[in-house]
Design a protein around this ligand. Structure first.
Ligand SMILES: [Zn+2]
Length: 426
């Protein structure tokens, strides 16, 4: 039993205990002052805490197969559970890419023993090379609901149109990393004041916005849904806002670093602040926050992108882009977004669960009969980020020393307490 907390789900908040069944992994009873039973064995304290549907990350790079020195499914899912996630969607830019049924099956099998549910996004094109459609149907048959060439966008508009026409009848969603490669021109930083000052080639905001605009047009043409990964510019947010107002089937996510950091952070040439899309301007941060507040952006997704110390010690123009994020996303959202906790949890739990097609298992509501995938959050706990204490195998976290408010206390996966008082249980 989870005792003494405040349940928060899409239906609102109420003071309630939650009794769960270790036998079938479901919620048995939700209500105030439930009987804890003889001796109170099996009672988890949630006093002063929020009891919510487990968080769902739409955008996690677990690096396995092929990048195990930076992260494994085991280490990444441990980081996810500690960050309050009960499900993550593993991105397909592994080596080899997740672009066929055999590789999907391999990742799902490795994920079956993990501390959170590991779902898979499949590649849209073979090898993510942007030339030839991947076998979406055979991957969809294994339960894959999101497809993306993340790391890059599908550059060829005709191929993207065909992919959308193929995806529509399968009931799956294509997710785009929006970047016009020709216009991005091999840049490493947002094109603007800081790229000029540092003398590093920049990536203009328009490189993202061109592909957002194109894919809105292609969604209209094909009537297929499109999900936009990690939106980072004010122009992108505005394009999505207009498309949604016209009733198009568009969803979007934003990453914590795009509402907490700007290109100025990279002023010391530290590659820890190199990410793709790049950190932008104050105006872009303001626009992303507004999009998160008004529903233009549906989800906060981590874009957790582990890299070895060695790789991140390369010079700025040679280091790979990316930051780890699973263990800081919730606290950054609670600390940095001036939003009601219900909205923050919509962005981290039930919003992404709907986009990933996971609402049967994740995202709530917290009621009898539902799978007991739950997170207990202490919204008042203050802590300081220490990259050396992260469970991720990599340390490329840009928030060292940052004071945050809000912390995961317990994470429960199908009634198993996988995190208790901030400690992983296996
Ligand atoms: Zn991406």
């Amino acid at each position: 039993m989870i005792r003494g907390g405040t349940v928060v789900d899409a239906g609102g908040r109420r003071r309630a205990d939650v009794r769960i069944s270790p036998i079938d992994g479901t919620i048995l009873e939700v209500g105030p002052d439930l009987d804890p039973g003889a001796g109170g064995a099996g009672v988890i304290d949630a006093g002063g805490c929020l009891v919510t549907p487990g968080l769902v990350d739409l955008h996690t790079h677990l690096r396995e197969p092929g990048g195990e020195e930076a992260e494994t499914i085991e280490s990444g899912s441990r980081a996810a559970a500690l960050g309050g996630y009960t499900a993550v969607v593993a991105m397909p830019n592994t080596n080899p890419a997740i672009d066929d049924a055999a590789t999907v099956r391999q990742v799902l099998e490795l994920g079956a023993k993990a501390l959170c549910d590991v779902r898979v996004a499949g590649a849209i094109t073979v090898g993510r090379a942007g030339k030839q459609l991947a076998p979406l149907a055979e991957m969809a048959e294994l339960g894959v609901r999101l497809f993306t060439d993340d790391g890059c966008g599908v550059q060829d508009s005709q191929l993207m149109r065909r992919a959308l026409e193929y995806a529509g009848p399968l009931g799956v969603t294509l997710a785009q990393h929006c970047e016009d490669q020709a216009l991005a021109g091999g840049g490493h930083l947002h094109e603007g004041e800081w790229s000029s000052r540092l003398g590093i080639p920049g990536i203009p905001a328009e490189a993202e916005e061109l592909m957002v605009a194109r894919d809105i047009a292609l969604s209209r043409l094909t009537a297929a849904p499109v999900h936009f990964l990690h939106l980072s510019t004010a122009g992108s947010v505005e394009l999505v806002r207009e498309a949604k107002a016209r009733g198009l089937r568009i969803t979007a996510e934003a990453a914590p670093h795009h509402f907490t950091l700007t290109a100025a952070a990279a002023g010391g040439y530290d590659p820890i602040f190199k990410v793709n899309p790049p950190l932008r301007t104050d105006d872009d941060v303001t626009a992303v926050k507004a999009g998160l507040a008004d529903g233009t952006i549906d989800a906060i997704a981590t874009d957790h992108a582990p890299h070895t110390q060695e790789a991140k010690e390369e010079p700025f123009d040679q280091a790979p882009p990316g930051m780890v994020g699973l263990e800081t996303a919730l606290a950054l959202a609670l600390t940095e977004l001036d939003l009601p906790v219900e909205r923050v949890l919509a962005l981290l739990a039930w919003g992404p669960a709907a986009i990933a097609g996971l609402t049967g298992d994740h995202g709530g509501p917290v009621q009898p009969g539902r799978p007991a995938n739950l997170t207990v959050i202490d919204p008042a706990a203050e802590w300081t980020v220490d990259p050396d204490r992260l469970a991720s195998r990599s340390r490329n976290c840009p928030y060292a020393g940052r004071r945050l408010t809000g912390r995961v206390r317990h994470t429960i996966l199908r009634a198993e307490v996988v995190v208790l008082d901030g400690e992983a249980q296996r």
